[in-house]
Design a protein around this ligand. Structure first.
Ligand code: DGL
Length: 279
């Protein structure tokens, strides 16, 4: 394991992977953006598939499961961790940063309201997220700081059925499309023109959203912004891998059934990683 000293980043620490965590497969949408913007970085992905979905769990349960996941990635030698889950971020970012301090930079997620507020023509934006994310302080602070001063109305919606469609590889099914139509049509009828995908599983639903409601809503997700933030954090901590380093790898660990996960990971991580390994 690399030496985790924040003051003097050593070669081993710089070469260490970025840890990425989600309750399940959703964070793989963030992995795609990380790999695009940081092609020289290795990634160790932790999917808590034994406990997904987090969205309907209590605040305390989400905090505890997230702390376990980040501790695992830290022990595995990751140089930084991206909490690629809006629900986990909503309840854990402050306590995780307090706990790890400079030993482990932590990057989190909040639904991307800012670009939606900037782009809306109708003055109404919609956010689709889990129940946990919608009740969390992080998201409600963003509404107060960004949408309210701009006079933009924020509509929120959630469906507990959506994350399981992705986890079961059913996100191209007619049932998924019907559920999306049920949830999103009222938002269109209420005048929304932007849809913030406030859960990292939802970018995988984009084709089904298009079939369900056409192009009435512009879809906005946080993946690219989180990857940009990760680049900044790695630079600030002197942890960016230099050019001409060894080939990068993508490894993943799941807490649930690895055989169920393998084909889904393979399908969702359609990226030219040199090596894909199960941890
Ligand atoms: N990908 C998680 C998020 O961004 C899914 C939450 C869940 O497990 O319900 O919120």
């Amino acid at each position: 394991m690399s030496q985790l000293s924040a003051e003097i980043p050593d070669t081993a620490r710089i070469a260490a992977p970025i840890g990425v965590f989600d309750s399940g497969m959703g964070g793989l949408s963030v992995v795609a953006e990380l790999h695009r913007q940081l092609p020289r970085e290795s990634i160790l992905y932790y999917a808590d598939t034994a406990h997904v979905p987090y969205g309907s769990r209590s605040d305390a349960e989400i905090r505890e499961l997230t702390a376990d996941a980040v501790a695992w990635l830290f022990q595995a030698g990751c140089k930084a961790v991206v909490v690629a889950c809006n629900t986990a971020s909503a309840f854990s970012l402050t306590s995780l940063r307090q706990h790890y301090g400079a030993r482990l930079p932590i990057i989190g997620l909040v639904p991307a309201l800012k670009p939606a507020v900037a782009a809306t023509q109708s003055g109404v934006v919609a956010v689709l997220a889990t129940a946990g994310t919608l009740r969390g302080d992080l998201f409600n602070t963003v509404i107060r700081q960004i949408a309210e001063p701009a006079g933009v109305h924020v509509l929120t919606a959630f469906s507990a059925a959506l994350v399981p469609f992705v986890e079961q590889n059913q996100h191209h099914s007619i049932e998924c499309e019907q559920e999306l139509h049920r949830v999103l049509q009222p938002l269109c009828a209420a005048g929304a023109d932007q849809l913030v995908l406030g859960c990292t599983h939802y970018p995988f639903l984009s084709p089904a959203i298009g079939r369900a409601i056409g192009t009435q809503l512009t879809l906005i997700d946080s993946g690219a912004a989180v990857a940009r933030q990760t680049v900044r954090v790695l630079i600030d901590h002197g942890l960016l891998r230099p050019i001409h380093t060894q080939p990068v790898f993508f490894q993943y660990a799941v807490t649930g059934d690895p055989e169920h996960a393998a084909p889904i990971v393979a399908q969702l991580v359609a990226l030219p990683f040199r090596r894909v390994m199960v941890y």
